[in-house]
Write a protein that binds this ligand. Sequence first.
Ligand code: MN
Length: 496
Amino acid sequence: MNKEQEFKKLKQKVSAYIDKNVVYELDKAWEFTCLAHFGQKRRSGEDYCMHPLRVALILSEWQLDLETIIAGLLHDTIEDGGVKREELVQLFGGRIAFLVDGVTKVSEIRLAKSSEERFVENLRKMFIFMAKDVRVVLVKLADRLHNMRTLSALPHEKQIRISRETLEVYSPLAERVGMDNAKGELDDLCFPYLYPKEYKRIKKISEKYYKKADKLMLSIHDKIVRRLKQEGLSAQVYSRKKRLYSLWKKMERREINWDPDKVFDILAFRVLVSKTSDCYVALGLVHHLYKPLRQLGITDYIAMPKDNGYQSIHTKLVSKEGQIFEVQIRTFDMHAHAENGIAAHWAYSSQKEKAKSSEKLDSSVSKVDAKNLTWLKQLVEWQNEIKDSKEYLEAVKLDALKERNFIFSPKGDVFDLPQGATAVDFAYAVHTELPCYMRAALADGKIVPLNYELKSGETVEILKNKVKHKPKREWLEFVVTTAARQHIKKELRKDI
Ligand code: MN
């Protein structure tokens, strides 16, 4: 399929759930992206703009709002297309520019180069920064998903590095925001690159079981559908086989000990109904059809949702042929959240908020914050798991969050500076010698005075002189960090 046909497909997908009168806005973004990436090719030999297009397609599958889709189309224009943020503001407005900028900043964080301690620290900061607008996370996840799907075109070393980063950062992130589908796919895409031997072993072992499951899948499916229909319950029934990476993880568990006969959810069915009460009716009917395995029990995540909000009833059953399988019962609403997590939440609430969409950037950001309080809570929990630190938990209390000031270096390191910190404070935070060579400072690429108050999320670059000079006395009038103040005083005392 050529790129124009593919773009048509995107428009069709978006028109299915967004007002047709605004879908034309995609044209401008698409043209702009094609121009920005003109002449660039991906490793696979494809035109570069196919990548943002496919990212936008993934976002449309998650049914996200138009701004996010447009941000998906534009997401690499700053980083790889040489476009300036201001250009995006002019052409597409502050909100879309904010999203693209957020994605660019997140990509610039060189996690791989950080030392281990730095890594965890930077990771935390990155996610707080991202949490300012959760859509940045969604675009980034779609971006990573497409990069992983096309990983085979890259040299081996890069495949390993990117896969590791995906497994360590993006897949847990997808899980945390409840995007099971994206998480499962990311895991499976990494698996053969990172653990080729284990991948081959699992693939071989699973073949027999998957074949058996394939055979039974249709007949069990039909039986469940017929039974629910008989009782007048309108439902949709889907079946799935366990993903390979998740099967491997399960096989490694001590109680399973590589015995596939002990894995009871290789084959699973999903029953989707309209109302919560219908879930329990369906459970009764399914138990009437197939014998539940008493020793494995029923788990009612509707009554007791998981930490990430997941709701469903899980029950394990056995077929006449002795095949054990799982049935998950939930409402359509619960399903949307289980599959697409925070994206489903966003898609849903963005429709309600459509009318207010002309509001300014700032108010929209705070609105997103309030809406995603639970998501922020999840982040806190997750980061707590990575490394327990009371200080950190203090820092992410929502009130405190507003006062944080994260400044990025061009290399992607993140500095946590107090409110009112200036370019000079930043230079001292980077290295105590740096201010002695300081000639000028750039904030997001623009020259700023040395007493410029940095804003959270800005990337600051210090331009250097060749020769060392003394710090200036007047710096003391505007620096706010103790470190900067002490160093300046110390240097000045040497004069006397
Ligand atoms: Mn990209």
